[in-house]
Design a protein around this ligand. Sequence first.
Ligand code: NAD
Ligand code: UDP
Ligand code: UDP
Length: 319
Amino acid sequence: MKTLNKRVLVTGGAGFLGSHLCERLLEQGCDVLCVDNFYTATKDNIRHLLGHPHFELMRHDVTFPLYVEVDEIYNLACPASPIHYQSDPVQTTKTSVHGAINMLGLAKRTGARIFQASTSEVYGDPEVHPQDEGYWGRVNPIGPRACYDEGKRCAETLFFDYHRQHGLRVKVARIFNTYGPRMHPDDGRVVSNFIIQALRNEPITLYGDGSQSRAFCYVDDMIEGIVKLMESPDQVTGPINLGNPVEFSMRELAECVRELTGSNAPLIERPLPVDDPRQRRPDISLARELLSWEPRVQLVEGLRRTVEYFEALLRRGLA
Ligand code: NAD
Ligand code: UDP
Ligand code: UDP
């Protein structure tokens, strides 16, 4: 029997981005099936959705087949922070590759549109700056980041082969560093690390000399871009960069967090992780042109909202 609402599957739906996406889809009146094996998340991010009549949660690992009936699939399942994805690198590759095969098989059987959360990491440590979608990247295939980078690259390959070979309607976004409420407090990403360290007045850990750069996108802007891509015409397959094109060095980020929190925490230098990209900034011309999308939330405003979230977690003893 056909339901009136669009049936949408979100893999990794209990994670940072996934939980915001589930919320957004429920607001739009979709029936949301959130699939997650709780590898990096807990139910906390989606606890407030559990009683919602159009929300369903399934504990499942996407490396195993999944037979459900849906109209759209957002494939976000994958640990995203270096600490998490390097703690079990074989599982990380399996999640990206076997997970993509299973979700593409599901899309093939059901005729669902399918979105893939790819990453700026497919560009590796880039020689082209800013990075546009035509750049093929510079990834070390055997380094400690390879399980994530190459897993995501292979997932992209699979998406475009299923598109060409089986006519699947695919949507691939290359997501650049995104931050905001519901980031894991202990996943080691730079924004959460710096904010928690500043709020605790503990030393702020700059890896290397802090001159490496990133460009940070606030989560609400990212979710808007992801949904716009899914809703775009079928010929818009991507890959398409989604991110905020304003670039900062890690030292500038640390100073900004210190100022916002009014913290006196000192900066200390720590060794730069192996294969850490020197610079990263998206060229979002394609997203501007095809999706009429660009980020709206400036770093200071987004950080302010994220600081409020972590302050509340610390008050409740949860971070
Ligand atoms: P996250 O770790 O908060 O969320 C990932 C979710 O996937 C978690 O809930 C985790 O439990 C789940 N998961 C992991 N392996 C799974 C498996 N085998 N089966 C089912 N569920 C599984 O990370 P996030 O920041 O929300 O990232 C979401 C997606 O976006 C990821 O695919 C990530 O690679 C991609 N991405 C994120 C960023 C970013 O800056 N946040 C940047 C680029 C790409
Ligand atoms: N698959 C799934 N759900 C479905 C359909 C397929 O999880 O509804 C998985 C199944 O395990 C399969 C994979 O997706 O191995 C790829 O499916 P495809 O039809 O491309 O290949 P095949 O079934 O021929 O291996
Ligand atoms: N970083 C840092 N201090 C930290 C955590 C990270 O200086 O406590 C640096 C890290 O070396 C990298 C940048 O911040 O250059 C972004 O790191 P993150 O892990 O957030 O994302 P990614 O490296 O995947 O872009």
